[in-house]
Design a protein around this ligand. Structure first.
Ligand code: ADP
Ligand code: MG
Length: 614
């Protein structure tokens, strides 16, 4: 068997993705490798195929138990003998697995890094040749990364203590040079083949929106994607609770994940998400590495993350099966304030010197600036992202919010003057400053009780911006804050004029702002742009039938649906409509074992669907 046979027979793919082949070839020729590919890029097969072709055992170090479980069940579904060895096993299972490893039953064994200095584990491997040591999520070894795991530092030592040093292959999605160099050094890679593949994920649609009411926007977003699975990332636990509750109240099967929950609940919620019992997950960034779910069709950022690294990693969890998916960020100026505040007040780490802390602070602020830049750019969002990660790309991608509804630089001086003078008038009338929400209500002339009670409906600025939506006025206020004409006082959240406001009010300074050329998105009633995820599938009815069948089979077997077949595979199946087992094998993502296991039921489903059509 060669690598192509293995790819088709076990994984059902006919072609390697960019980079996979080179890494596999290097490993097979005995060379260490460092593979950097974006999330969803297909790192797993880079060590799983060598594992099938090399004579000895392949050990895979992976940081999380849930990750290991998923990978092992996926491999077993594909007919590959794999096992995991970690603290989640009962003593009996552990002993049995250990014996079976000794007997050479498995091609791949997943281990937690904590296991590596266990003398019993080393003894177990004495009689077995280890051909390959694969380190997944290798950035966990770097203190510069966000997911540093001290136990990863044991890996190099472990490799040295084996009777024969295996090939060491490291994989990560973290692209910065610093982390890459750290990985190579700490894993003691020997003249590794380093491969950094493109970071572009063409199937992801990126967009930034600025709704005044994020919760309402999130609700609507999820409602419009009822049959889809998605993740909503929030900055804090409290937000997670609030958003999840709001979704549940409107009948959406959402669940939540954050570090404040008991282990058990976290696990249960994650499982409910994996199994699509609760297809919507509301989470903090604690919900991350453990998810290998391939059918996530959107990632909605309720808050802006602190860096583009974090953003791209989180957004990248959508569309891993290659099907079109959406990544939408709900931006507000408040997110920037919160992030700044966290950076300024952070650095509690006592191990660091004052100087180091300052260095980190400045680095974090620079990262934040880059992140804010994405939210403010009128250019192509994909190009902005790829540029940050050091990859050249065309001017326009055609598949992001800015390419589809380009923003145009607009003169908003008049509106800006209205906002600024309203802030001043309110302050003059009341003798104190108020928060942005009240100012916006005055500007839009809503005439609610509080506005009237305070006599603010008598101001000359009352109702001046009646013609604009609340979102637009909010965006304008945000913009004026960002440009330094307004500032929000931290303690009371009141909106104040800065020195610079006078330039606009009295000295003719112009203010420009990016405004959507088309009517603002997020509008309701059938005006919704066609989202890429909603692209008409070749055959929607058949696809739904196949999905239903997949859910049924998954329930029966107690495994996540996407482990049976990915969305991309079902879509291909619906398009090709195979009628014979041979044709079934031609569907992308169908390997031998799965064809044997599921071919008949799926063929019957397709036949009965076609029969019903005529
Ligand atoms: P990563 O670990 O890099 O985030 P995975 O290894 O989990 O990504 O792969 C992501 C998805 O890509 C999986 O659904 C996998 O089946 C699919 N995939 C991997 N290699 C190929 C290939 N050569 N052709 C088609 N699909 C592939
Ligand atoms: Mg992976």
């Amino acid at each position: 068997m060669d690598k192509y046979d293995a790819l088709k027979q076990y994984f059902g793919h006919t072609q390697f993705r960019p980079g996979q082949e080179r890494l596999i070839d290097a490993i097979l020729s005995g060379r260490d490798v460092l593979g950097v590919m974006p999330t969803g890029g297909g790192k797993s097969v880079c060590y799983q195929i060598p594992a099938l072709l090399l004579p000895g055992l392949t050990l895979v170090v992976s940081p999380l138990i849930s990750l290991m479980k998923d990978q092992v069940s996926a491999l077993r579904e594909n007919g590959v003998s794999a096992a995991l060895l970690n603290s989640s096993l009962s003593p009996e299972d552990f002993q049995r697995t250990a014996r079976e490893i000794g007997r050479g039953v498995y091609r791949l064994v997943y281990v937690a890094p904590e296991r590596l200095d266990d003398p019993r584990f080393l003894a177990l491997l004495r009689g077995r040749a280890v051909s390959l040591l694969a380190v997944d999520e290798a950035h966990c070894i770097s203190q510069w990364g966000q997911d540093f795991r001290p136990s990863y530092l044991k890996i190099a030592d472990f490799a040295r203590r084996l009777p024969r040093r295996p090939v060491v292959a490291a994989f990560t999605a973290t692209a910065t040079r610093q982390v890459r160099e750290d990985i190579a050094a700490r894993l003691e890679l020997r003249d590794p083949e380093c491969l950094v593949t493109g970071f572009d994920r063409p199937n992801l649609y990126f967009a930034v929106r600025r709704p005044a009411d994020k919760t309402a926007a999130a609700l609507q977003f999820v409602r419009e994607r009822r049959d889809k699975s998605g993740v909503i990332y929030c900055a804090t636990r409290a937000k997670v609770e609030q958003v999840c509750a709001a979704l549940q109240r409107s009948g959406i099967p959402a669940t939540r994940y954050h570090a404040g929950l008991e282990d058990e609940e976290r696990r249960a919620n994650q499982t409910a998400f994996q199994l699509d019992q609760s297809p919507v997950m509301v989470a903090t960034n604690a919900f991350g590495m453990g998810i290998d779910k391939s059918n996530i069709s959107y990632v909605l950022h309720y808050n802006m993350p602190k860096s583009l690294e974090a953003y791209y990693q989180e957004a990248g969890r959508a569309g891993r099966d290659g099907a079109p998916a959406e990544c939408v960020l709900l931006f507000s100026q408040g997110d920037v304030r919160t992030a700044r505040y966290l950076i300024d007040s952070g650095g509690e780490n006592e191990d660091l010197t004052e100087e180091e802390r300052e260095l980190i602070r400045r680095r974090d602020l620079a990262r934040l600036d880059a992140m804010v830049g994405l939210c403010k750019t009128s250019g192509c969002l994909r190009r902005y992202l790829l540029d940050y990660f050091g990859q050249a790309s065309p001017e326009r991608c055609g598949n992001c919010g800015n390419c589809r509804a380009p923003a145009v630089e607009t003169d908003v001086t008049r509106e800006a003057q209205m906002v600024l003078s309203c802030v001043k008038r309110v302050r003059d009338r009341l003798g104190y400053y108020v928060g942005p929400a009240l100012v916006i209500r005055v500007l839009r002339g809503g005439g609610d009780r509080r506005v009237r009670e305070l006599g603010l409906d008598e101001l000359s600025t009352y109702g001046l911006l009646r013609a604009l939506s609340r979102d637009r006025v909010q965006a304008l206020v945000d913009h004026l804050e960002q440009e330094g004409f307004l500032t929000v006082e931290r303690a009371h959240g009141t909106l104040r004029l800065t020195q610079r406001a006078g330039e606009v009010l009295f000295h003719g300074e112009r203010v420009t702002m990016l405004c959507p050329a088309a009517p603002p998105e997020g509008g309701t009633k059938g005006r919704r742009r066609r989202a890429p995820a909603a692209q008409a599938a070749p055959d929607d009815g058949l696809l739904s039938a196949l999905k239903a069948l997949r859910v049924r089979l998954a329930r029966e077997a107690g495994i996540p649906a996407y482990i049976i077949f990915s969305n991309a595979t079902l879509a291909d199946m619906a398009a090709k409509r195979p009628r014979t087992p041979e044709e079934f094998q031609n569907v992308s993502g169908v390997g031998q074992v799965k064809a044997a296991r599921y071919g008949q039921v799926f063929l019957e489903e397709i036949a009965s669907y076609i029969g019903g059509e005529t």
